[in-house]
Design a protein around this ligand. Structure first.
Ligand code: URA
Length: 436
C-alpha cells in the first residue's frame, strides 16, 4: 500500500494493521516518508483516533525504531516510573532509592526540564560532582552493586518518536491521546522496563487539565502495557498546586532529602509512598498493595531509603554528605526575598504552571532545549491550598541570582488567588484514581 493510501485509510476512520504501522514508522525514520505525509497522517489520527491494538502496535514500532536497552543481565523484574510532568515534582528522587531499599532494582533513564516543568537529571546535577552520564556497562554494574542508577537519556532511543514528536509540536497534533500514550510508552519499553508505574498529572500545572483527559491517557497507556506484555499501573494525581514546597533544582533535591529523612510535606510523602508501593508490588517484593505499602513505609522510617540515596549519589561521583546536610552542601542562591499576600483570607487557587514559569524566569528552567540553567535558584511555597494568610504575610520565597526579580515576583503574586475565610472552594484530592 502506498503511504497516501495509508493516510486515506486513517482519514476515513479505518484501523491500520501491524505491518502498515511498521512500514510507516520505518519509512519515516529512513527519510522515505516525508514530513508532509507524516503530518497529514498525524492529523488523521488526531481526528479519527486509534484502537487499543493499533496504539500498542504503533508503540512497539516506535520502541523498535532505534536502540533498545537490554536489562536482562539484572535479575528480577525491572520496574520503571514515569511522570507526565508537573511543577515541583521531585518524586523520582525519593521513590527510586525507596524502591531500591525494598530490594527491587531501579535502572532509570530520566530527562531534563523544558518550559514550566523540571527534569530529574537537572535536579541531580545540582549535587556537587554528580555524574548523570554513565556508559552502558557502568550503568548495569551500578544497578547490580547499588540496586539503583539514574542517568540521562543517551544513545539512539526511539528515533521515530523523536521525529514524530517534533513534527506534532508544529502541526497542532500533540493533543492526541493515542499519539501521547504511544510516545511515552515507546520510550519506557525501549529503556528496558518489564513493568511500568505512571504518574499521570492532572490540573492547571499539567499537560492534562481535566480528570477525564487524564483518565483517558492513563487508560490508553495501561492498555498499551497489557497489549505488549508490560504490567502497567497509572496513578492519576492532582497538579492543582505544585507538589511539596520547592520548585527549582537544588531546592527540590533538598526537599527530597528532607522527605527521605522523614520530614517531607504531607502531599509529597503520600504520593511518593504510593508510587513506590506500586513499583514494589509490580517488582514482586510484596504480594498485595497493603503489604507493599507497609514495606515502603518501614524502609522510609528506618532510614534505609536515605542511606540508599547516599550510596547512589556516591556511586555516581556526587557528594554523599548532601544526604546529611542538604542546605550546606547544595548550591544556594545569593538573594532570598518574599512575595506577600495583599489581602487576608484563604488560599483558594494556586496556578502551578505560572509558578513553574516564574521559577524558569529566575533561571531554574529553560525556555528552549539545551539552554543552561542555574541550579541554585527557584521558589519555596510558604502557603498551600486551603491555608489561611493575613495581608502582608509571605506566600512564597524567591531564591534569586539578582537583588530584584520583578517579573518573577509579579507572576508568583498573581499565581495565588485568596478568598475571604469561609468562602466555599473546590478542592481535588491528591490522588484522583488508580488505573490498572
Ligand atoms: N510527552 C511525551 O513524551 N510525548 C508526548 O507526546 C507528550 C508528552
Amino acid at each position: 500500500m502506498r503511504i497516501v493510501d495509508l493516510i486515506a485509510k486513517k482519514r476515513d476512520g479505518a484501523a491500520h494493521t501491524q505491518s502498515e504501522l511498521s512500514r510507516l514508522m520505518d519509512g519515516y525514520c529512513r527519510g522515505e516518508v516525508p514530513d508532509y505525509q507524516m503530518a497529514a497522517w498525524a492529523m488523521a489520527v488526531y481526528f479519527q483516533g486509534m484502537t487499543a491494538s493499533e496504539t500498542a502496535e504503533l508503540t512497539l514500532a516506535m520502541a523498535q525504531s532505534g536502540e533498545q536497552i537490554d536489562l536482562s543481565p539484572i535479575p528480577g523484574v525491572k520496574v520503571d516510573k514515569h511522570s507526565t510532568g508537573g511543577v515541583g515534582d521531585k518524586t523520582t528522587l525519593i521513590v527510586a532509592p525507596l524502591v531500591a531499599a525494598c530490594g527491587v532494582p531501579v535502572a532509570k533513564m530520566s530527562g531534563r526540564g523544558l518550559g514550566h516543568t523540571g527534569g530529574t537529571i537537572d535536579k541531580l546535577e545540582s549535587i556537587p560532582g554528580m555524574r548523570t552520564e554513565l556508559g552502558r556497562e557502568a550503568f548495569l554494574a551500578q544497578v547490580a552493586s547499588e540496586g539503583l542508577a539514574v542517568v540521562g537519556q543517551s544513545g539512539n532511543l526511539t528515533p521515530a518518536d523523536k521525529r514524530l514528536y517534533g513534527l506534532r509540536d508544529v502541526t497542532a497534533t500533540v493533543e492526541s491521546i493515542p499519539l501521547i500514550a504511544s510516545s511515552i510508552m515507546s520510550k519506557k519499553i525501549a529503556a528496558g522496563a518489564d513493568a511500568i508505574v505512571l504518574d499521570v498529572k492532572c490540573g492547571n500545572g499539567a499537560f492534562m487539565k481535566t480528570a477525564a483527559e487524564a483518565e483517558a491517557l492513563a487508560e490508553a497507556m495501561v492498555a498499551i502495557g497489557s497489549g505488549v506484555g508490560r504490567a502497567t499501573t497509572a496513578v492519576i494525581s492532582s497538579m492543582a498546586q505544585p507538589l511539596g514546597t520547592a520548585i527549582g533544582n537544588a531546592l527540590e533535591v533538598a526537599e527530597a532529602i528532607r522527605t527521605l529523612q522523614g520530614e517531607g510535606s504531607e502531599d509529597l510523602t503520600e504520593l511518593s509512598l504510593l508510587l513506590a508501593a506500586h513499583m514494589v508490588r509490580l517488582g514482586g517484593a510484596a504480594s498485595s498493595e497493603e503489604e507493599a505499602m507497609e514495606l515502603v513505609r518501614s524502609r522510609l522510617a528506618d532510614g534505609s531509603a536515605l542511606r540508599r540515596f547516599a550510596r547512589f549519589v556516591a556511586a555516581q561521583g556526587g557528594d554523599a554528605s548532601v544526604a546529611d546536610a542538604p542546605d550546606e552542601r547544595l548550591p544556594q542562591a545569593p538573594y532570598r526575598f518574599e512575595v506577600s499576600a495583599e489581602q487576608e483570607g484563604v488560599v483558594a487557587e494556586i496556578d502551578a504552571a505560572q509558578l513553574g514559569t516564574a521559577a524558569m524566569i529566575l533561571g531554574a528552567g529553560r525556555a528552549e532545549k539545551d539552554e543552561p540553567i542555574d541550579h541554585a535558584v527557584g521558589l519555596t511555597l510558604l502557603r498551600k491550598l486551603g491555608e489561611p494568610v493575613r495581608a502582608g504575610e509571605a506566600l512564597a520565597a524567591l531564591h534569586a541570582r539578582t537583588p530584584a526579580a520583578d517579573e518573577a515576583s509579579r507572576l508568583v503574586r498573581e499565581a495565588f488567588r485568596i478568598v475571604p475565610a469561609g468562602t466555599q472552594t473546590a478542592r481535588s484530592p491528591l490522588v484522583l484514581s488508580i488505573v490498572t
